[in-house]
Structure formats: structure tokens, C-alpha cells
Design a protein around this ligand. Structure first.
Ligand code: C2E
Ligand code: CA
Ligand code: CA
Ligand code: CA
Length: 277
């Protein structure tokens, strides 16, 4: 409180001020970043433990601002969401990813899948279903190879609307993943009703496997839950051999993590895939 007279209040305000300035400055830059070409899409491999090969990738956006340098999505995605800029960014990312993976599939003769993150705001928008279909159309991308990732909290904001949207796109072949599972406001009965294809166990649970004794029980329960609902399970954030061993023993279908491969630009990804058996 300002009555403490120890300067704490002033310091606190100065920090808030600094944060607000950074926020405003990033918001200004964000406005022009798409057209200026300052965004890039990185691709992180998803490795199937059953098929013993890379089956697809998650598209993850990167922002390289000429003045600020690399700004993490953890910092700018929330700003993009609150300023309404996220839809333009998500649309750009989706089209970019579909075009790129189309090229890759044509060049390799494979059928790699692409997982793309959908923000809560974009998912809630009136024309969401149409915008996805338009992107598929514009790129002639096979809908069965696209997986849209939504978080539990995104889906739970309006469950019946979420179910309807998922159903409509599923009819056209598009797949859905529930992202960051376990971190949000989970409702197990709703999880069943969403009829998503894939469950992504949040990396925080995977990382705790090495340190927190209870984490093992949580991870095995989530795998069992997903399997019982007929879902494919992806373990995110696998970084160590010990985590991999645990995941493998409990028959999780797919891993995504630094241990296997980091998110990388497309050119690097093509090199990476050359070394795949
Ligand atoms: P997410 O969807 O949960 O993506 C997974 C995040 O975990 C990525 O962080 C990825 O780089 C990171 N990761 C993968 N493997 C490991 C690992 O083994 N260890 C650790 N420590 N981290 C790992 P990233 O790329 O910084 O993205 C952060 C979040 O930003 C994403 O979390 C997603 O919510 C959001 N995001 C990223 N790209 C997009 C996008 O194009 N659109 C939208 N709407 N959100 C995006
Ligand atoms: Ca994701
Ligand atoms: Ca995630
Ligand atoms: Ca996340």
C-alpha cells in the first residue's frame, strides 16, 4: 500500500507501467507483422510409437521482429487474442501450414498430418467452420490430414456450440485434438461428448514424471481414459529417456517433444526427415 512509505508502491507501479508499455508496443507491431512477413511457421515432429515413424507435425508460429528479435508465442498470442488480431494470424498460419505440408507430401509421396492450434476467439467466431473449409479449399489440402487443436477451456466455454462445430468439420473429415489436457477446467462427461479424435496430455504432467511420484498415476489414468473413449493419445513435452520409457510402457500412441525433435523451420524439417529410417 502507498501508506507503507517504503517505495514498494512506486516500484510496483513502475513495473506495471513497463509491462503496459511493452504490451502496447507489441500490439502496435503485431498489427503490421503478418503483411510485413515477420511471422514464420515452425514444425515439430510427432512420432508414432506404434508405427515407429514420424506421422505428422504440429505447426507452431514464430515471430521475429526487426527491433525486438524473437518474441515467444507465450507472450504475443495473449496480446493477439485480446486485441482481436489473433484471427488474422491463425488464418495465416493455417494456410501457410496447409500449403507447406501439401508440398512435403507431394515431394515425399507420404501422407503426413498437420496439427494446427485454434485460439478460443477464432473457434468462437461465427464463420469459424467456413474459414477452415475455405483454407482447405484454397490449398486443396485433404481434410483427413488436418487436425485442429483446441484446449479444454476453449471447448468448455460453450459446450453445445463446440460440439456442433466439431461435428460439422468432422463430417468433412477434419480431425480434432483436445490440447493441454488436464490443465483446464476438465469435465470428463463433456470430453466424451466432444468426440475429438486425439487427447494431448499436457507437458507439465510428462515433465513431472521425473520428480513428482503422483505424476505416474495421473499420466496412466489419462492414457486409460483416452483409450477407453477411443482416442489417440499424444504425450507432449517428452524430454528424457526415462519419460519416453514410461510412456512406451503405458502404450501411449504418439510422442512430441524435444527428445525426439524440436520445432524447426521447413527447410530444416526436410533435412530431419531425410535421416528418418
Ligand atoms: P501448445 O499448443 O501446447 O504447443 C506446445 C508447446 O510446447 C510449444 O511451445 C512447443 O515448442 C513446446 N514444446 C514441445 N516439446 C517440448 C519439450 O520437450 N519441452 C518443452 N519445454 N517444451 C516443448 P511454443 O511454440 O512456444 O508455443 C506455446 C503456445 O503458444 C502453444 O502451446 C500454443 O498454445 C500457442 N501457439 C503456438 N503457435 C500458435 C498458433 O499458430 N496459433 C495459436 N492460436 N496459438 C499458438
Ligand atoms: Ca497445441
Ligand atoms: Ca499443448
Ligand atoms: Ca500449451
Amino acid at each position: 500500500s502507498k501508506h507503507r512509505g517504503d517505495g514498494g508502491y512506486t516500484l510496483f507501479n513502475a513495473n506495471i507501467e513497463k509491462k503496459n508499455l511493452r504490451r502496447t508496443s507489441l500490439e502496435d507491431k503485431l498489427r503490421g507483422a503478418v503483411t510485413a512477413g515477420h511471422f514464420l511457421v515452425y514444425y515439430q515432429p510427432q512420432y508414432s510409437l506404434e508405427q515407429k515413424r514420424v506421422t505428422g507435425f504440429e505447426a507452431l508460429i514464430r515471430w521475429n521482429d526487426p527491433q525486438e528479435g524473437w518474441i515467444s508465442p507465450g507472450e504475443f498470442i495473449p496480446i493477439a487474442e485480446s486485441s482481436g488480431l489473433i484471427s488474422a494470424i491463425d488464418t495465416w498460419t493455417l494456410r501457410q501450414a496447409l500449403g507447406t505440408i501439401n508440398t512435403l507430401n507431394r515431394e515425399t509421396g507420404k501422407q503426413y498430418t498437420i496439427s494446427v492450434n485454434v485460439s478460443a476467439l477464432q473457434f468462437r467466431e461465427e464463420g469459424f467452420v467456413e474459414s477452415i473449409l475455405a483454407a482447405l479449399n484454397a490449398t486443396s489440402f485433404p481434410p483427413e490430414l488436418l487436425e485442429l487443436e483446441i484446449t479444454e477451456s476453449t471447448a468448455m466455454q460453450n459446450v453445445s456450440a463446440a460440439i456442433a462445430k466439431i461435428e460439422e468439420l468432422s463430417k468433412r473429415g477434419v480431425c480434432f485434438a483436445v490440447d493441454d489436457f488436464g490443465t483446464g477446467y476438465s469435465s470428463l462427461s463433456y470430453l466424451n461428448r466432444l468426440k475429438a479424435d486425439t487427447l494431448k496430455i499436457d507437458s507439465s504432467f510428462i515433465q513431472e514424471l521425473d520428480t513428482v511420484p503422483e505424476a505416474a498415476a495421473v499420466v496412466t489414468s489419462v492414457i486409460a481414459l483416452g483409450k477407453n473413449l477411443g482416442m489417440r493419445i499424444i504425450a507432449e513435452g517428452v524430454e528424457t529417456e526415462a519419460q519416453l520409457e514410461f510412456i512406451q510402457k503405458h502404450s501411449c500412441s504418439i510422442i512430441q517433444g524435444y527428445l525426439f525433435g524440436r520445432p524447426m523451420p521447413f527447410e530444416e524439417l526436410k533435412e530431419f526427415l531425410k535421416h528418418e529410417a
